[in-house]
Design a protein around this ligand. Structure first.
Ligand SMILES: C[S@@+](CC[C@H](N)C(=O)[O-])C[C@H]1O[C@@H](n2cnc3c(N)ncnc32)[C@H](O)[C@@H]1O
Length: 272
């Protein structure tokens, strides 16, 4: 749990910052709101530690001179280029059937945004309070966007640990078409050697890795596979191309891409 983070803002956005502070506090994150003169690139460079900031575009995570938010609007050109045929994730999750899908590792919501755009009805579950608050903001902004509003109508956000959420679904005997899992993965391959950092590791992913626990304590999500299999006709796991199987369980089918692959597990007893 992240506590007493600094939250920078300019005078103009003080009130907004206080609102975020209250929301975050209700989710267990305590921030110190700090009024500053100019929230610009120079300021962020001089304050490289992990923090939050609020400006006219809402809440941002910042560190190492960068700031990021999920920014679903920036994904629009990619969404417009995508199709059921061209996207491996669409084949892996059978999106042509317009499935009901639980994304149990929401993160920045980019995969889910694409899946919702291609027809899925998506419930995103995220347990990190800061990421969840960022997601909530992105969804609100997208609701006012002429292209994204129809897409986010198929997106529902849940603030929870997915293990609890999946257990609850099982208790209530709910069955879903797909559970999608993309847990954090250390930058290591199956032989436990560090994979060379790609020159262009996305800034967003860099900040995500700073926010979430690193290697040693990283929760690799192995427990989620068995729980997902209890309620989903199909569980799809996104992995780096060379990564070991989730929970060391061999999938029924794989789709291989250049950087990542999708492992699929079918629950025949749930398939009618
Ligand atoms: C690699 S990111 C997912 C990225 C996402 N697919 C996207 O397109 O942005 C993994 C996310 O899963 C979340 N997560 C991991 N285990 C979780 C759990 N048990 N319950 C809820 N969220 C979890 C982490 O907090 C993190 O935000």
């Amino acid at each position: 749990m992240v506590s007493a983070l600094r939250l920078f803002t300019e005078q103009e956005f003080q009130e907004k910052a206080q609102q975020y502070s209250a929301v975050l506090s209700s989710r267990g994150v305590h921030v110190n709101v700090e009024n500053i003169d100019k929230l610009n690139a120079r300021f962020l460079r001089f304050n490289p530690e992990l923090a939050l900031c609020v400006d006219e575009s809402g809440l941002w995570l910042c560190a190492n001179g960068m700031k990021m938010q999920p920014d679903w609007k920036a994904e629009v050109p990619r969404l417009k280029r995508s199709s059921l045929k061209s996207e491996m994730i669409a084949r892996a999750c059978n999106l042509g059937e317009k499935p009901g899908l639980i994304d149990a590792t929401a993160g920045l919501g980019h995969d889910s945004l694409l899946m919702a755009h291609l027809g899925a009805d998506v419930t995103l579950v995220e347990r990190n309070p800061i990421l969840f608050t960022l997601l909530e903001d992105s969804k609100k902004q997208a609701e006012n966007d002429p292209f994204l509003s129809a897409v986010v109508a198929r997106i529902h956000l849940v603030f929870s640990d997915s293990a609890d959420y999946l257990r609850l679904q099982a208790e209530q005997q709910h069955v879903v078409d797909v559970v999608y899992l993309d847990p954090m993965f250390p930058q290591r391959d199956q032989n436990q050697q560090a994979i060379k950092k790609q020159a262009q590791v996305k800034k967003q992913m860099q900040l995500l890795h700073l926010l979430l626990p690193e290697d040693g304590e990283m929760d690799l999500g192995d427990n989620l596979l068995g729980l997902a299999q209890k309620i989903a006709k199909r569980v799809v796991v996104k992995r780096p191309r060379l990564a070991v199987y989730l929970a060391e369980q061999q999938p029924d089918h794989q789709w291989q891409g250049d950087a990542c692959r999708f492992d699929a597990y079918f629950q025949h007893h749930l398939l009618e």
